[in-house]
Design a protein around this ligand. Structure first.
Ligand code: IDC
Length: 336
């Protein structure tokens, strides 16, 4: 009788773990999932259950200050339905001063911290994105990166909703040089915030996760960035990603678009749907580019919309409405 009871208990435990592995319940927010972690290449909550984050990236804090408000973040969470927001901070000037090229470091840093606070208030995870792009090699401004991430990881060490993205899109740089940069910055962050989740960019504008999979870094709670734009990256790109997944690489799509990689026309919504299906099947989180009203098809807000809060569905562009619909459908399916 005792043996039978033991078999029954073990069976129940195994079945609950198995169902937990597959079950996303549409509640993947800091209030229900807490501090994130990476278990067996899968992003999970504090409870060890898998988490999928579905969100949007800011356009660049130096030119988006008007959207870094409690009211705007309320709409991000409640009107768009996102559970993660990416605070992109350009290191090199992008039509305005970058953090490392003449920008007001104190002001930009404070905007990033405001984003963490408003994210916490509105139950969203926040990615602090060190948005290298035309600077190519993250070592270019490594001294600024060391200062920024040391300060930020000290200030955010007790936060449950912060993810550190240490180099948006390494390009024209060897993977070994990116790894050397990552070793320095990861050590600084983990010295202040030991269990933090960190995203490291991969070669060729974060498109080559296969290169990282062949020669990964060796740290816990690490994710590798994959970026794609559906009108530019198709099945061949997904096949490449699958090879990295099969090698056990933990991946996070910290930027994608339903447009060309220019951030502009054409759309490819059919391909975007195929990408989302692929990511969701593999438990990979995804963050769309971008929350702005710039005159590019990747911008989520219609160019004619001047408001910064009180958004409604019709205020959003084709990209913005596609994102809202996708998140709504995916979250609803999880709660069935
Ligand atoms: C683009 C913006 C564009 C801006 C440019 C600056 O959409 O308005 O002029 O950056 O270089 C990326 C980058 C992201 C790009 C985006 C679209 O991470 O900064 O935004 N993109 O080009 N990688 C692939 C595409």
């Amino acid at each position: 009788m005792k043996k039978l009871l033991m078999i029954l208990i073990v069976g129940l435990l195994l079945s609950s773990c198995a169902s937990a592995k597959k079950s996303f319940d549409g509640k993947d927010r800091p209030s229900s999932r807490g501090a994130l972690q990476v278990i067996d290449s899968q992003l999970c909550g504090a409870d060890g259950n898998p988490v999928i984050l579905r969100g949007i990236s800011g356009y660049g804090v130096s030119v988006s200050e008007r959207y870094i408000t409690d009211e705007t973040f309320h709409d991000l969470a409640q009107v768009m339905g996102v559970n993660v927001f990416r605070m992109a901070m350009y290191t090199y000037g992008m039509g305005s001063f970058g953090y490392c090229t003449g920008g007001d470091k104190e002001k930009l840093y404070q905007l990033m911290m405001d984003g963490v606070e408003y994210g916490e208030k509105n139950d969203m995870y926040i990615i602090l994105d060190w948005h290298i792009l035309s600077d190519g090699d993250p070592n270019h401004y490594i001294e600024d990166a060391k200062d920024f991430f040391d300060k930020a990881s000290k200030q955010c060490a007790d936060k449950k909703n912060v993810i550190y993205e240490i180099c948006n899109e390494p390009n024209n740089v060897e993977w070994n040089d990116v790894k050397a940069y990552a070793d320095v910055i990861i050590s600084i962050i983990r010295n202040n915030d030991p269990d933090s989740v960190i995203i490291v960019g991969t070669p060729d504008w974060s498109s080559r996760v296969d290169i990282a999979a062949d020669d990964p870094l060796d740290y816990p709670n690490l994710l590798y960035a994959l970026h794609f734009y559906s009108a530019s990256h198709k099945q061949e790109s997904r096949d490449n990603v699958k090879r990295a997944i099969d090698k056990g690489l933990p991946i996070f799509v910290s930027e994608y678009g339903i447009t060309a990689s220019t951030g502009n026309f054409p759309y490819d919504i059919d391909e975007a749907d195929l990408w989302i299906e692929f990511l969701e099947e593999n438990g990979i989180s995804h963050v769309m580019w971008n929350f702005s009203k710039v005159s590019e098809s990747s911008a989520a807000i219609k160019g004619s919309v001047l408001k910064t809060s009180g958004f409604e569905y019709d205020d959003f562009s084709t990209s913005g409405q596609w994102l809202i619909d996708m998140i709504k459908n995916r979250s609803a399916n999880e709660q069935k």
